[in-house]
Design a protein around this ligand. Structure first.
Ligand code: N2P
Length: 350
């Protein structure tokens, strides 16, 4: 049958209206989320899907560099939600990779901890909504080494720890550890200091068994390493299964990472992104996420709902005297590529 062009256009238009606005289409609504591994319980995603009818496509990354590279290399993928750390929010907003956040669409924004808002990496939170925060500290297996025998990062260099260490597979985290151990700021941008940190890390290589971020929890549980760096939530969960693991906040100082939700400039399902962020900002959901991931939530209303033993757990929510030794991460600007070059060199044994 030959259908005349205006008629054909009319049929197509009707078809479009039906498919766009029917309940069937609503059920096919999607959201593409790209988040850190170990940062979201499955049942929270299922609850969002059940409550909204929006299908969640969920994938994970291990470090900010991977997230950034993926966004640059495959802009057509169109993530609707990403969760960069402080310094990458800063970098991405300056590179126009993020959409401004319309807070009038986030009725639950008020649940956030004011102490984690309006930071220099994103003044007034124009582009980011705080999600979880974590510490990067030392994990020691007390079956192999005496409890309390490691006090700071500098202990990692002792020859008795040959082939014993895990370092998280994360450029700035590893360099922060080395810079702090040298007495420098973890946010140092001086190429000379970064080189010194690289040289110091090269000396540590005989003690390093593995660089890993995604599997750190099971590597510590299985005792494939006996000492190393660890992200607080993963180690809190690992300790439930292997009580020999001790978590130590290094005396020289450590990193506090704050990871925030953001909407990439090319997101295709922006309204769904707002629905998702507002859902995550609910106190009951924030509580669920923090308790299951072991990571501290930026949601104060959520913290208030938690049992005392979690709210006061020294790994998840360390007290003020310990937090005073913590550093937030800031963007290293042009020095970022120096860090990345040295980290790659280090891993290939350069
Ligand atoms: C958990 C991810 C921790 C995020 N695997 C550290 N910024």
């Amino acid at each position: 049958m030959i259908v005349k062009k205006p008629l054909k256009n009319f049929i197509l238009a009707i078809g479009w209206v039906i498919s766009c606005c029917s309940p069937l289409y609503a059920a096919e609504q999607v959201i593409n989320i790209f988040n850190w591994s170990g940062y979201m319980p499955d049942d929270v995603l299922m609850q969002f899907q059940a409550e909204t009818g929006i299908k969640v496509n969920y994938s994970t990354y291990d470090n900010n560099e991977t997230l950034y590279a993926k966004l640059k290399a495959s802009p057509q993928v169109g993530y609707d939600i990403i969760v960069p750390s402080t310094y990458f929010i800063d970098r991405m907003r300056h590179q126009n990779m993020l959409q401004p956040i319309d807070k009038s669409k986030l009725s639950n924004f008020k649940n956030l901890n004011p102490e984690l808002l309006n930071k220099s990496f994103d003044p007034e939170n124009r582009y980011s909504v705080p999600f979880l925060w974590s510490a990067t500290a030392i994990t020691l297996n007390t079956k192999y080494w005496p409890k309390g025998s490691v006090k700071g990062w500098n202990d990692f260099w002792q020859s008795q720890y040959k082939d014993q260490l895990l370092l998280v597979d994360d450029t700035r985290e590893v360099f922060s550890m080395a810079l702090i151990s040298l007495g420098y700021s973890p946010n140092d941008t001086d190429p000379n200091h970064i080189k010194q940190a690289f040289e110091k890390l090269k000396q540590l290589m005989p003690n390093i068994k593995v660089f890993n971020a995604e599997g750190e929890k099971s590597i510590y549980i299985d005792e494939d390493v006996t000492l190393g760096m660890g992200w607080s939530g993963d180690i809190y969960l690992a300790q439930q299964e292997n009580p020999a693991l001790e978590y130590i906040f290094p005396k020289e100082g450590f990193i506090i990472a704050l990871d925030s939700m953001a909407i990439p400039f090319n997101a295709k399902h922006v309204e769904n992104a707002y629905k998702f962020i507002n859902f995550i900002l609910r106190a009951d959901i924030a509580k669920k996420i923090s308790m299951q991931t072991g990571y501290a939530t930026a949601n104060l209303a959520g913290v208030k709902l938690m049992p005392k033993e979690i709210r006061e757990n020294p790994i998840i929510y360390p007290d003020e005297s310990i937090l005073a030794r913590g550093h937030f991460q800031s963007d290293a600007g042009a020095s970022s590529t120096i860090y990345e070059k040295y980290f790659q060199l280090l891993k290939i044994g350069g």
